[in-house]
Design a protein around this ligand. Structure first.
Ligand SMILES: O=C(O)c1ccccc1NCC(=O)[C@H](O)[C@H](O)COP(=O)(O)O
Length: 263
């Protein structure tokens, strides 16, 4: 039996094959090109990172590691709260089978605020990039562990063609080496080991030392307190992706502010 990531990718490939037979790439492209231009995901992160901690706040109903995270799940309300709390960007999970996500959540969340949004899903085909832009997404995620070099380059090229940013996710040195063959210099380190779900913030600190100057490093997963963010900031990391911690709070705006500022 493979890892959770293997199962997610296998399921996603089957789903993309089914859906791309229903909606052609050219139909999606036409919808994508009719959208307002992307809001500038990496630029919004850099503006906040220049003066403090830059947060990608995630709208996440459930996960393979934790099951249901939030009962009263309300994407537009969470988006407004994240913006009010000082987040730079949104991340919205759209994967249905493993995260109980939906494309509609991204559409509703993005419409409720002015923040750029990344479509948090498992990209295996450029068809999904066109779909992401067609629903308004400003950025996509490329998980190095899930793809060969050719597929990664194709998916990144589709994102660039649509004016979107690509966040490239790695979790070890070999993956980082492959990520650096791409054009994007927005690189996320996932602190969660997707085989056993253990979290180690040291993973971001270790890999950050190997990244070329000018790389925009994002620490992803398992971040819970301002002390976690401060620890990583001491290692030169100023961009963070946080989901579960904030999604579990009754007052999401206040929790976001406290995570970023300590008050
Ligand atoms: O969150 C999971 O259980 C998970 C399992 C398998 C693949 C990916 C997974 N998470 C995706 C993410 O990137 C996180 O949702 C994101 O980094 C936020 O993490 P957290 O703050 O720990 O919710």
């Amino acid at each position: 039996m493979g890892t959770v990531l293997d199962r997610i990718i296998e399921t996603t490939r089957a789903e993309v094959a089914r859906r791309s037979a229903e909606t052609t790439l050219s139909a999606l492209e036409a919808t994508a090109r009719a959208q307002q231009p992307p809001r500038g995901f990496a630029a919004a992160l850099s503006r906040k990172a220049d003066t403090g901690h830059a947060l990608i706040a995630e709208i996440k109903k459930a996960s393979p590691s934790k099951g249901l995270i939030r009962e009263d799940f309300d994407p537009p309300a969470h988006a407004r709260d994240y913006e009010a709390g000082g987040a730079a960007c949104l991340s919205v999970l759209t994967d249905k089978p493993f995260f109980r996500g939906d494309e509609e959540y991204l559409i509703a969340a993005r419409a409720a605020c002015s923040l750029p949004a990344i479509r948090k899903d498992f990209m295996v085909d450029p068809w999904q990039v066109a779909e992401a832009r067609a629903i308004g997404a400003d950025a996509i995620l490329i998980i190095v562990a899930a793809l060969d070099d050719g597929a990664m380059a194709e998916i990144e090229a589709a994102a660039i063609d649509h004016g979107m940013d690509a966040l490239i996710e790695v979790h070890d040195e070999a993956e980082l080496e492959r990520a650096l063959r791409l054009k994007s210099r927005l690189i996320g380190v996932n602190n969660r080991d997707l085989r056993d779900f253990t979290v180690d913030l040291g993973r971001t600190e270790t890999l950050a030392k190997l990244m070329p100057a000018g790389t925009q490093i994002v620490a992803e997963s398992g971040l819970a307190t301002k002390a976690d963010l401060d620890r990583l900031a001491a290692a030169g990391i100023h961009r963070f992706l946080v989901g579960e911690t904030l999604m579990r709070q009754a007052d999401v705006a206040a929790a976001t502010r406290t995570l970023l500022t300590g008050v």
